[in-house]
Design a binder for this molecule. Structure first.
Ligand SMILES: Nc1ncnc2c1ncn2[C@@H]1O[C@H](COP(=O)(O)OP(=O)(O)OP(=O)(O)O)[C@@H](O)[C@H]1O
Length: 274
């Protein structure tokens, strides 16, 4: 379970350029819940991800994971519990290391084990199996440097690696933003499978309202550092993109072009339609 208790995040505290990124935000997401998060530019979506991952320390409030207070725990000490996939496909993997070494690091993350331990034959077989499920032929490229892979291949690999760490919480921060529509569709399908397979609590930040409505069982609308609407599965099924636009506009935010210009990215899993 992920719990945020009146979390505040203020940049440039008490300076003339002070910015309140999160304002007394409280949220409880039970274990395994898949939550999508939308909001205009500057609403605080990435800030939410940053305080949960440990990349930013809240100015006030508490962050708890599985009942444990993580508020002051830096990101490297949350590894193994929290996995994050960024919008930049280059951010989740080490380009100079091979596919195999990247995956070995993911497997050993959160465990105090060496790379050599991680590279047992059994683990290598598991790597091949997971990569083969992508249908990209990456299972035959274990020795290749990750820097040689395309953006879509790299983001797919990052997703597989996130699954290997078996995190309690998975944070997806606009992880489809830099991908072309076809690749985004494939990685989106992979997302649904990964979340289902690992059963972790997931926060998925997106500008795509269709994705926000179609995926997950709960949808949060953020504005000015707060959650202004919290839709459960039933509300989500009944809601349309127009309703979400109205919720954002109703909170006094400008609805950005990125939200209005919807890409037609149907949701499809790598094993067939959802
Ligand atoms: N390091 C920082 N210093 C000062 N202000 C910051 C910093 N990081 C974020 N902010 C501000 O905090 C607010 C929330 O930013 P955040 O990145 O969380 O929004 P967002 O909802 O993710 O926006 P977007 O969709 O545009 O990425 C914004 O006003 C932003 O300008």
């Amino acid at each position: 379970m992920l719990e945020l208790d009146e979390v505040g995040l203020v940049h440039n505290h008490r300076r003339t350029d002070e910015v309140v990124a999160l304002k007394d935000l409280s949220l409880t997401a039970p274990a395994g819940q898949f939550v999508t998060v939308i909001g205009s530019n500057g609403a605080g979506k990435s800030s939410l991800v940053r305080v949960v991952s440990g990349a930013a320390r809240p100015t006030s409030g508490r962050v708890r994971l599985c009942g444990r207070d993580m508020t002051r725990l830096p990101d490297y000490r949350r590894a193994g519990l929290v996995a994050r996939v960024f919008d930049d496909p280059r951010a989740g993997t080490a380009p100079e290391l091979s596919v195999e070494d990247n995956m070995a690091l993911a497997m050993s993350r959160g465990e105090r084990r060496t790379l050599r331990f991680a590279l047992s034959a059994k683990r290598r077989a598991l790597m091949r199996e997971r990569l083969a499920e992508l249908g990209l032929g990456l299972e035959d490229r274990l020795p290749d440097r990750v820097g040689l892979l395309s953006a879509g291949q790299r983001q797919s690999l990052t997703m597989v690696m996130a699954g290997l760490t078996r995190p309690e919480v998975l944070l997806l921060d606009e992880h489809l933003a830099a991908l072309d529509p076809g690749t985004a569709q494939r990685v989106l399908g992979l997302t649904a499978e990964l979340v289902r397979g690992v059963g972790c609590t997931t926060l998925m930040i997106t500008h795509n309202m269709d994705h926000a409505l179609a995926l997950g069982e709960r949808l949060l609308v953020m504005s000015r550092g707060r959650v202004v609407a919290d839709l459960d599965q039933r509300d989500k099924r009944a809601a349309s993109v127009a309703d979400l636009v109205e919720l954002i506009a109703g909170a006094g935010d400008t609805v950005s072009d990125r939200i209005l210009l919807r890409e037609d990215t149907p949701i499809e899993t790598t094993k067939g339609q959802q």
